[in-house]
Design a protein around this ligand. Structure first.
Ligand SMILES: Cc1ncc(COP(=O)(O)O)c(C=O)c1O
Length: 372
């Protein structure tokens, strides 16, 4: 049996230091807003390459707090539009609509599986205030062309970095430092996963960082004085301590993910499978392979055959956000999202993780190449 993701094995590989760090925090008697959180925010800002990191409760909150902060700062107002790629986890959309902004879904490129830049440009209206790019599946979605388009049209560029911790755009620029602000998730299954929920905002903008911190602390900067209707969204000391143990190994873990991806890309030969990113440098650091997505002709039967052979796979994601009941017919879809819908019908995610053995990787390849 090859599990999709063996979280116990991943966390066991950090022992005994992980357990010791947690026990140290338990014994410290200090569980929120303490030195572990402070330390992690500094470590993570320096790792990502931004001047600020504000931790919070999860990735959805991180993205939501960014948009809320821009509203409180007068940069955006409810009713404004945010262009967002149509193939993503629903959280990217939820963060936008929760703030009264309108997610304008645009299609993705069939090769990169990232935002289609021409369609992004066509979606611009007088109400557009931001573009939300998603480093989906762990692949960098940023390009200088997107940044130029945002600068030229006075739009904020928001990165959803939930799936791409450690990813690089170039040798000295990581995702999470490329736009105006980025939301990160430390959900346990992410490349940098906590032992529960966790998230962060990174940015170089001190005003934005301050507003995000204020909104995440009930809307208060001064004890019992509330200038904004905020929320309580915090990373706790135990999660921060765990993340500080795990962060130093993130690059090495991502390298192992790339090694597995490279093997999948060169050894999977089933003609019914379309392998991702044919044009990318296979060893390139622009992809940390949070997910290894294949497109299969008959996805559901392939998933079933793999299951029979003991290979666990998942689908990311079976229904695109604009077709979910919560959004269908309620948000603008300016152009057909045929590629996003095609991906939803054909995508299958293969097991990939830093603790997979070569034997397990070979079992996945063999099962895919000999499905009958
Ligand atoms: C692309 C994307 N955005 C946002 C999120 C939200 O993160 P969280 O689960 O920490 O709220 C996730 C993860 O679940 C995600 O995959």
């Amino acid at each position: 049996m090859v599990p999709f993701l063996d979280l116990k094995k991943i966390n066991d590989s950090f022992q005994p230091r992980l357990g010791e760090a947690i026990m140290h925090t338990v014994q410290s008697g200090w569980y929120l807003l303490g030195e572990e959180v402070d330390g992690f925010e500094k470590d993570y800002a320096s790792y990502i390459g931004t001047s600020h990191c504000v931790s919070c409760a999860n990735g959805l909150d991180a993205l939501t707090l960014i948009f809320r902060a821009y509203i409180e700062l007068g940069v955006m107002k409810p009713g404004d539009e945010v262009i967002v790629q149509g193939d993503t986890y629903i959280a990217t959309f939820l963060a936008i609509s929760e703030c009264g902004l309108i997610p304008v879904a645009v299609d993705v490129d069939p090769v990169t599986l990232q935002i289609d830049i021409d369609k992004m440009k066509e979606a611009l209206t007088a109400k557009t205030r931001a573009v939300a790019i998603v480093h989906l599946y762990g692949r960098c979605a940023f390009s200088e062309e997107i940044a130029r388009f945002c600068r030229k049209n006075d739009l904020k560029l928001i990165e959803d970095n939930a799936q791409a911790a450690g990813c690089k755009f170039s040798s000295d620029r990581r995702t999470g430092s490329l736009g105006d602000a980025a939301g990160h998730s430390f959900y346990p299954g992410k490349n940098l996963g906590a032992l529960g929920d966790g998230g962060a905002v990174t940015t170089d903008d001190p005003k934005l960082a301050r507003m995000v911190r204020t909104l995440a602390f009930y809307g208060s900067e001064k004890k019992y004085i509330f200038n904004y209707c905020g929320r309580n969204s915090r990373l706790d000391e135990i999660q921060a301590a765990a993340l500080r143990i795990k962060l130093p190994r993130l690059d090495e873990d991502n390298m192992r993910r790339r090694e597995i991806a490279k093997k999948y890309q060169s050894e999977i030969t089933n003609p019914d499978v379309i392998l991702p990113y044919p044009d990318d440098d296979k060893a390139g650091e622009n992809n940390v392979f949070h997910i290894f997505p294949i497109l299969a002709k008959d996805r559901d039967s392939m998933q079933e055959k793999l299951r029979e052979k003991g290979i666990q796979t998942l689908i990311h994601y079976p229904v695109a956000p604009h077709l979910q009941k919560c959004y269908k017919g309620k948000i603008p879809v300016r152009f057909p999202l045929s590629v996003a819908e095609h991906i939803a019908d054909h995508e299958l995610s293969l097991p990939i993780s830093p603790v997979m053995t070569d034997e397990e990787v070979n079992m996945v390849i063999d099962a895919l190449n000999h499905p009958f």
